[in-house]
Design a protein around this ligand. Structure first.
Ligand SMILES: [Zn+2]
Length: 130
């Protein structure tokens, strides 16, 4: 069972690497809904702190408004940047530009799948309550 899970994870990571390499287009966003992000724009093309062999690429991501926004595993994968914290007060803009690391995103996806598998294993190993 563990081998099949690991095999599935490795296969999905391979597919993600191919998809990540093939992506790069920016989705069309209506005017007024996009917030320029000079800080992130300046990071495009620089090296990832975790993966110094990977250059950060541009992506357009949703702005998340609310009390606190953090990405899971951010301490391990510092440049996933799947969203952007917009603060407590909701604004007009819905999307912004970020600099992301493809390797960070792929590793985070595998890490999340592993966390889910572990939790599922813990739940399934507990005896049934009546
Ligand atoms: Zn990285």
């Amino acid at each position: 069972m563990i081998r099949s899970v690991v095999r599935a994870l490795l296969l999905s990571l391979g597919v993600l690497l191919v998809l990540c390499a093939a992506s790069g287009g920016t989705p069309l966003v209506r005017a007024g809904r996009f917030m320029p992000n000079e800080f992130e724009h300046g990071r495009i093309g620089t090296a990832c702190v975790r993966h110094p062999f990977v250059r950060l690429a541009a992506d357009t991501v949703p702005i998340v408004y609310g009390f606190a926004y953090t990405e899971p595993g951010m301490e391990f994968f510092p440049n996933t940047r799947r969203g952007w914290a917009g603060g407590c007060v909701s604004g007009e803009a819905r999307f912004t530009e970020v600099a992301f690391c493809c390797a960070c995103r792929v590793e985070q996806t595998g890490w999340l799948a592993l966390q889910t598998t572990r939790r599922l294993g813990e739940v399934l190993s507990q005896p049934l309550r009546r």
